[in-house]
Design a protein around this ligand. Sequence first.
Ligand SMILES: *Cc1c(COP(=O)(O)O)cnc(C)c1O
Length: 386
Amino acid sequence: MLSLSAALKADLEQRKAQSLYRYRKIIQGPQGSFIQVDDKKFLGFCSNNYLGLANHPKVHTAFIQGANQYGIGSGAAHLVTGHSQAHHDLEEALAEFVNRPRALLFSTGYMANIGVINALLGRQDLVIEDRLNHASLIDGGKFSGAEFKRYFHGDDSALKNILESSIHRRKLVVTDGVFSMDGDIAPLVALSTAAEQHNAWLMVDDAHGLGVLGDQGRGTLEYLKLSENQVPILIGTLGKALGTFGAFVAGEEALIETLIQQARTYIYTTAPPPAVATATLASLQLTRSESWRREKLTFLIQHFRKGAAQLGLKLMDSITPIQPLVVGNSEKALEISQSLLKRGIFVIPIRPPTVPQGTARLRITFTADHTEEQVNQLLDSLAHSI
Ligand SMILES: *Cc1c(COP(=O)(O)O)cnc(C)c1O
């Protein structure tokens, strides 16, 4: 048998040879349109801080107030002594925001997805997922012990075929609302019809739609006008448009109570710091009241798409702040990213297995902090780097 080090090193070397090796950049300041990396300032186009709230002064102040009132650590899990008034207030505000009876906070979106699918399904059940779902949804489905099936991206008739032949106890259909690496929106009306016709439950993870889509920022369900009946299980994350950290599940009373009793990633983990909840309450208020942030994003996205078309760049079909430029092979994606860095622009290349083989890309994203001038700078740098 190979020693641990010999076995691991061989795999690492192989990754390097395939341009798949990942490196971390060390960030020295707050998130904003500019980010400080290695003592240099770059114009960043790859964060999920879509509304520009990650370093908003009101969110900052609320965080400090939370720390003053509650201290830093929550001390225990939610079911022990970790569930503070701040967490509870945030759950109520989130439930009201997405128009559902209850919401339950999780430490991260990854944990929410694992916890929900595993609390709802067991061996007699079926989970059906879009092929391009986020890794946390795929992992949640696989860990659950339920039969696991995938359908082609956005293909509701493929979903129907799977549902028709199912004789399982419970059937759960799971999809991203906005796909994290492509930026397109799931055909939720068609998916919900298919689910309804076959007595399946639909679960939507709206990590990239919440705060961004819909006039009020309530996300993909507001944008497509879907009711709670159509989508009984809604996941939102707080580390993206809302600019803080954490996640929640929203839905009916029985769903939330089931999760409190049974979701292992909820029960067996320390509650997040209460100050994160007070900060998120502030960012939720800004998300609701400052619709100019969504309007500005729409403007920047359209401006970018127009400019990219003039340069002959082929973008994906996306109206969201996620505007990927697929270049195909990983080496090329890495090269373009490095060339952009030299021009002061920071965009991370996304490579397999995060995206399917042969679809390595620059996942360009926008935030309400960006200006038109900065988008022009990005376009100009792309023209020189591709
Ligand atoms: C980012 C993301 C998650 C994970 O959320 P975290 O809070 O970062 O763990 C889950 N689902 C989707 C679709 C995401 O994009």
